[in-house]
Write a protein that binds this ligand. Sequence first.
Ligand code: C2E
Ligand code: MG
Ligand code: MG
Ligand code: MG
Length: 287
Amino acid sequence: AKSAGRDTIAFFDPAMQAAVSASAALGADVRAALQAGDQFSVHYQPLFNQQRCVTGVEALLRWRHPARGAVSPAEFIPIAEDTGLILPLGHWVLEQACAQLAAWAERPETAQLSIAVNVSVRQFRHPEFVDQVIAAIRRHRVAPRLLKLELTESLLADRMEITLEKMDTLKQLGVTLSLDDFGTGYSSLAYLKRLPLDQLKIDKGFVADVLTDPSDAAIARAIIELAHSQGLSVIAEGVATEEQHRFLVDHGCDLFQGFLLAKPMSIGALEEFMDQHRDTATAPLHE
Ligand code: C2E
Ligand code: MG
Ligand code: MG
Ligand code: MG
């Protein structure tokens, strides 16, 4: 009776219980939002080269909940993953990105811009994922290299054979592959050279303290060197100050993303931003 009592107490831990039902409620809301169709949108955060020209953007999902207002992806993406709703949601983002690339292809000043799409592990593992990418590229007639898929290290935790096979197929298609949040997950340097990657993305956690924490500075430098030694480009996310930017430029980082340079914004705001930015930026757009 005593142990049953303890189990009961553990199970009905009020804080845990509240968290469980809150995420169940949010899961139901994600489902409803998908059906409603007008609560999700894609925002775009520009990526800059060393000359501070925009070379592309990262697509970031936004959710405006009818009652709660803006809900952070950090909150709803994990729930969408658990419930499987990330599959339709992720597919929708991919379609939006390819449609946007097609629209940009019409104008010379935007025709070389790339769009990076985040791909969750569950989405990548889905048997139809590669076919969905192929279909989206064909339907919108986009140049495959302008579509960048941001994968995470958690993909490398298991099932490496099938992961490699899928990545190779995507690579052969010409799609650009980037490893997001590099250094925070299941780091497998041995696999790194087998993966057909184009880019490593330094996690914003390392960038945040790059000037104050010598160990983060060393990690950032090591990632830049590692990327270049493998023939990969390297991008830093979360660049928030001029000093961080300078440090990263000085150490050879290729691309930059962060609130210092530009925040994620709606497509309308982005196009306005780029129109203004183009007047001051003269270097050619390339990645
Ligand atoms: P991520 O892919 O690492 O995206 C970068 C995050 O850093 C974005 O947060 C962006 O707004 C934020 N960020 C960029 N620059 C700065 C900065 O200077 N300071 C700070 N504090 N933050 C900065 P966001 O949009 O909240 O997205 C969080 C995460 O949610 C993403 O991290 C990604 O893992 C996930 N996510 C977002 N959209 C999607 C999506 O369409 N599909 C999937 N599977 N995941 C997504
Ligand atoms: Mg990302
Ligand atoms: Mg990231
Ligand atoms: Mg991150």
